[in-house]
Design a binder for this molecule. Structure first.
Ligand SMILES: [Zn+2]
Length: 223
């Protein structure tokens, strides 16, 4: 089973990916890992990707797709989650073409969505230590003393990225960029949206239900 995992900022995609790997034995494929691995092995694609990354530029689709292709050629585990890829419709089309060569296809696209208010509530509660970098969350991992790092006693501050206005901007940008992709998968009948007003456990059981029900059957259409 090949799953694409999409998640808005603050939706807890990383947590769910980790759980699918640990509890359900999925192989985890992230673009970041593929790139780092190819660069460290010094492969042809890795060397080319490295030039883009060193220049602070986005690695072109063609290289990213090439890395995914190498993965399938090497023979990958039966169940995988693609995390952070595809990001765009051209990447999704490239992925479909590549998978069909290997006589397989994306089975299911799980989109963990969240409201902007919830994203702000979750992300703006993140603070970190200005001295040692330890990260806290005022909602579920608060420091013992308000504003003071448990590890080193340093001052806890909120990154400018995690100010509500910045979160709202990031969120709006994510949705604008992701909409063509979710439309693409919705039109293929394999997009399943998960409601994240639910708790992390409820999200887990909803994803389990989707995967156990055979996602591509088209019996459950979501907006
Ligand atoms: Zn500290």
């Amino acid at each position: 089973m090949i799953i694409v995992l999409l998640g808005a900022p603050g939706a807890g995609k990383g947590t769910q990916a980790k759980r699918l790997v640990e509890k359900r034995g999925f192989g985890h494929v992230s673009t970041g890992d593929l790139l780092r691995d190819a660069v460290s092995r010094g492969t042809e694609l890795g060397r080319r990707a490295d030039e883009y990354m060193k220049g602070g530029r986005l690695v072109p689709d063609e290289i990213v797709l090439g890395l995914v292709e190498e993965l399938f050629e090497a023979g990958t585990s039966a169940d995988i989650i693609l995390d952070g890829f595809p990001r765009t419709v051209p990447q999704a089309e490239g992925l479909d073409a590549l998978l069909s060569k290997h006589e397989t296809a994306v089975d299911c696209v799980v989109f963990i969505d969240i409201t902007v208010d919830e994203a702000i509530r979750r992300l703006s509660s993140r603070v970190s230590c200005s001295d040692c970098g330890a990260v806290y969350n005022l909602m579920w991992k608060p420091p013992a003393t308000d504003g003071v790092c448990d590890v080193c006693g340093g001052e806890l501050t909120r990154r400018s990225d995690d100010e509500p206005e910045a979160i709202e901007r990031r969120f709006t940008e994510y949705h604008a960029a992701t909409k063509p992709l979710t439309d693409y998968y919705r039109s293929r009948g394999i997009l399943r949206a998960v409601d994240t007003s639910l708790t992390s456990e409820e999200i887990q059981s909803e994803i389990d239900g989707i995967l156990d029900g055979g996602c591509g059957c088209g019996t459950r259409e979501t907006g």
